[in-house]
Design a protein around this ligand. Structure first.
Ligand code: SF4
Length: 462
């Protein structure tokens, strides 16, 4: 599972795309994305489908004829945010009675028809039914509400080119669904069973991205390690190698890996190619074997540490990040201590850390939610603080080193500084003036002279 902080994606500017059919009246679509990077890519797929049906994309909900929220159901809080956002959208509906509002994604799949009971919502579409969005929306314009939430065993949207906005980094889904059934996770129920795209279609998409000026691609899947091209029996390591060979000038990343399926072949492939980034996100979830068993994570801490050692051996400078859930049912202080010990042993570069959130339908739901909220919060604060210290110490070790930085553009905090990313996925801030001699998308050398737990700072060197 991609366990990244919730995000809302809107678009930098109006993307005006020529209508494919002049017979269709011009209508504008606004899409808001919540949750993981799979959702970001899914929104691009929906925009691709809608654009083909004659819609232009706007970044202003005020201007839109159609507003779609692409939603997340991984945690209760994520769903609460969507309900709040739907309440806000009533304002737009009051101003434009013809406005069509749709809910897409994991929450649509989970809540299905219940969402249509909200007067505001016209269309509900699950992750495997995005081809039907234009049809459902055109019916909604005639006043007919619509729902499509069937999960598929074959849909991969292989033939649809996602509509991406400007940028240098792209997300490419290589597979959909998950067969792991971790007991806390709703994804197998909202995104269905695992299926992979053809290797050739992924490679072709990367070539298109390179030709359109993208400099970096992240290959996405709930568990990329179980990718399999059915026709050629190629696995994820084969796909990664094929991508690295096809676009040697692009940086390639991937997420998310499952520790049980992280093969030697994959680590060796990553070590072999210069353009596959030295960065691995390897979710551990807990440092306690007892909790891992209850989570049905299917590996032990001993196995996990053995994988970490192999990564460190074969890719010495590899940055490693993880996901940790705090307060899983029955978690004791001793289990939490084991998690903290593991974090110190592995020395993660970063971690996404969350309180356990019970989700209906999952096995863990039936285990109860017996760790009191204040205990969860206390444990979470402790592991966040510990990770902050570890990340800070690791970043201090980069002082004086020269890092290859992919330039992303102006820093969010200070327009006289720009920012970029190292191959190990660390943000680097450096001074900028118009005579800098580089542009967005260039790879420059930066000597690091300052660092905190989240960011490196430095000066450009020749
Ligand atoms: S079931 Fe497990 S492996 Fe699959 S998406 Fe959920 S957490 Fe990840």
């Amino acid at each position: 599972m991609l366990e990244l902080p919730i995000l809302t994606q809107t678009f930098e500017r109006d993307t005006i795309i020529e209508l494919s059919s002049p017979a269709i009246p011009e209508r504008k679509l606004y899409v808001e994305t919540y949750g993981c990077q799979m959702n970001v890519n899914d929104s691009e797929i929906v925009m691709g489908v809608m654009n083909k049906s004659g819609y232009t994309i706007t970044n202003k909900p005020d201007d839109a004829d159609v507003i779609l929220l692409n939603t997340c159901a991984v945690r209760d809080n994520a769903e609460k945010k969507i309900h709040e956002r739907l309440d806000h959208l009533k304002y737009y509906k009051k101003r434009n009675r013809d406005l069509v509002v749709g809910v897409l994604g994991c929450m649509a799949e989970r809540l299905r028809g219940d969402l249509l009971e909200k007067k505001l919502v016209d269309v509900v579409v699950g992750p495997d039914e995005y081809r039907s969005v234009p049809e459902l929306i055109s019916r909604a314009f005639t006043g007919e509400k619509g729902i499509a939430v069937k999960l598929s065993r074959v849909e991969t949207y292989d033939d649809i080119l996602p509509l991406r906005t400007d940028g240098i980094a792209a997300w490419v889904s290589i597979m959909r669904g998950c067969d792991k059934f971790c007991t806390f996770c709703v994804v197998p129920f909202t995104r269905g069973r695992e299926r992979s795209r053809a290797l050739s279609s992924v490679v072709d998409e990367l070539k298109i991205l390179r030709d359109s000026g993208f400099k970096e691609t992240t290959l996405l899947g709930q568990n990329v390690n179980s990718y399999r091209d059915e026709q050629s029996s190629k696995d994820f390591a084969d796909l990664l190698a094929a991508c690295a060979r096809a676009v040697p000038e692009m940086r390639i990343r991937y997420t998310t890996s499952h520790p049980q399926d992280m093969s030697d072949k994959l680590i060796e492939t990553q070590a072999e190619f210069e353009n596959i980034c030295n960065y691995i996100h390897l979710p551990v979830q807990s440092g306690s074997n007892r909790i891992l068993k209850l989570m049905n994570r299917t590996y032990t801490i001993e196995h996990y540490l053995e994988r970490i050692n192999t990564i460190r051996e074969l890719i010495p400078n590899c940055a490693i990040t993880t996901d940790i859930i705090v307060g899983f049912p029955t978690e004791t202080d001793a289990d939490n201590t084991a998690t903290m010990e593991l974090m110190r042993e592995v020395q993660y570069d970063g971690a996404y850390m969350y309180n356990y959130s019970p989700r209906e339908k999952t096995k863990a739901w039936k285990m109860g939610d017996d760790v009191p909220n204040e205990v969860k919060t206390e444990r979470l604060s402790a592991i966040i603080e510990q990770q902050r210290i570890i990340s800070g110490e690791l970043n201090q070790k980069t002082l004086g080193t020269i890092e290859k930085v992919l330039v992303e553009g102006a820093s969010k905090k200070n327009q006289t500084e720009w920012q970029g990313r190292t191959d190990s996925n660390k943000i680097v801030i450096f001074p900028h003036n118009e005579h800098g001699g580089y542009i967005v998308g260039d790879v420059i050398s930066v000597k690091i002279n300052r660092a905190n737990s989240a960011t490196l700072f430095g000066d450009i060197v020749e």
